[in-house]
Design a protein around this ligand. Sequence first.
Ligand SMILES: Cc1cc2nc3c(=O)[nH]c(=O)nc-3n(C[C@H](O)[C@H](O)[C@H](O)COP(=O)(O)OP(=O)(O)OC[C@H]3O[C@@H](n4cnc5c(N)ncnc54)[C@H](O)[C@@H]3O)c2cc1C
Ligand SMILES: NC(=O)c1ccc[n+]([C@@H]2O[C@H](COP(=O)([O-])OP(=O)(O)OC[C@H]3O[C@@H](n4cnc5c(N)ncnc54)[C@H](OP(=O)(O)O)[C@@H]3O)[C@@H](O)[C@H]2O)c1
Length: 451
Amino acid sequence: MRVAIIGSGPAGFYAAEALLRRTDTVVHVDMFDRIPTPYGLVRGGVAPDHQSIKTVTRVYEKTAARPTFRFLGNVCLGRGVTVEELRQHYHQIIYAVGNEDDRRLGIPGEGIARCTPVAVFIGWYNGHPDYRQAKIDLSVSRVAVVGNGNTAIDAARILLRTPAELEKTDIAAHALEALRHSQVREVFILGRRGPEQASFTPPELKEFGEMEDVDPIVAPEELAGCVIPEAAGNTQQEKNLKILQSFAVRQHGAKAKKLHFRFLVSPTEIIADADGKVAGLVLEKNRLEAQPDGTVSARGTGETEVLDVGMVLTAIGFAAKRIDGVPYDEKARVITNEDGRVVDPVSRNVIANEYVVGWARTGPQGLIGSHKGASAHVVEHMIADGAGLEARELPDREAIDSLLRQRGVQIVSFNDWKRLDDVEVARGERRGAPRDKIVDVEAMLAVLDQH
Ligand SMILES: Cc1cc2nc3c(=O)[nH]c(=O)nc-3n(C[C@H](O)[C@H](O)[C@H](O)COP(=O)(O)OP(=O)(O)OC[C@H]3O[C@@H](n4cnc5c(N)ncnc54)[C@H](O)[C@@H]3O)c2cc1C
Ligand SMILES: NC(=O)c1ccc[n+]([C@@H]2O[C@H](COP(=O)([O-])OP(=O)(O)OC[C@H]3O[C@@H](n4cnc5c(N)ncnc54)[C@H](OP(=O)(O)O)[C@@H]3O)[C@@H](O)[C@H]2O)c1
């Protein structure tokens, strides 16, 4: 069997491992990625000050070392290669393309200068080639981060870290330099619902209490009506409440930077100054409303205030990007599927031999480890559906390489990536960091030409 996996993030790598580990069938995996470097959000999303999380790539390296695995980096599905071509060269296809689009608030002023989707900010500080030239203006003192998930926490934490805390990480050199001169002193994390509905995980929330130069601040009235547990708490919700309460009673004042948590507020308008840059954020106060299905939603009360901030980051979730020839669910904003089998969006008929894993299948939910079981589950469908498929004769395995080269695509192999990896690690040693990333594709390809 020959399988194409599109995307080299956690979901793609766990699917590859589940296929290559099988003893009942020999599988050849070609893993494509649109950029020359593998690992998806492990490289381009996970925060630089959380280095230990990134060691998961050692597991993926073992998969990549298997003899029937190949990495074809710098090949974009929809641009360098088409779905139809993949169908000709592979028995089965797995889409593992993640969620590379943002969700938008849809309010007046969104998109003006200094109002930035969090994916841009994260890609910028993580040295993703797409965002190396993003305009991140840190000349303002107060920033609002909209959203109550871990992405909002990551963005706020990086904004508030000291240069000393950051320079020993693999943060992109351009971001480190900009953050050295940052004027940001106060960050407001804004939740449209209450503290009990926040999706932060407790270790991430707690970390704000341990930062070098940050006071986390929760006004006691923000926790009004919440049932705070006596002990540390068992559930995520209880633990979060306990941590937020510890912030509420904490003495503060000594540290130069402040992190404020505000709940039950929704942005309704972004105010611009005379230069068209963010000068404030209109917030509407919300109340919680129980829904028949047991969930709790936010309802605007009509009461508004203006939050004095000069920058807004929106961290309200992500969505899959549309790719030519790949069915797309316009409502859920994922690749249309039934339990990982790709289906036609209208007829819901299964599109034979095409599968989807990871965030492209479910939307942006779940940590890296959650993809291991989820991708293996989809691989079970592939094996069940694929009986006899290997009898279908395909072009030679390298025919796809020739096709790509003919159209000028420079394929980056896993060995090429290892060479880039060595160069980045050596550059990082100079500043005492795990690596200093090469942030643009041309520079990566130039390095490969030289070495
Ligand atoms: C900011 C942030 C921080 C996070 N931090 C953590 C953390 O600390 N711990 C944790 O457990 N989880 C963390 N997560 C969650 C974790 O990153 C995700 O669960 C996981 O990466 C999703 O895996 P995926 O393979 O579906 O997508 P991704 O990791 O996004 O991988 C998708 C891959 O597909 C490639 N691709 C996209 N389109 C194409 C195309 N057309 N052709 C070819 N290739 C394509 C992309 O280049 C990318 O390499 C974080 C998420 C975010 C957003
Ligand atoms: N350090 C880490 O471990 C780390 C870092 C980043 C991400 N991740 C993981 O990646 C996944 C995605 O995280 P995420 O933070 O991007 O998403 P998330 O947890 O879904 O949080 C999104 C937040 O945006 C809010 N929101 C959505 N639409 C909104 C709107 N129109 N107006 C105001 N607020 C709105 C949501 O509020 P409602 O709840 O009211 O909908 C929610 O608070 C999670 O599994 C997360 O754990 C992990």
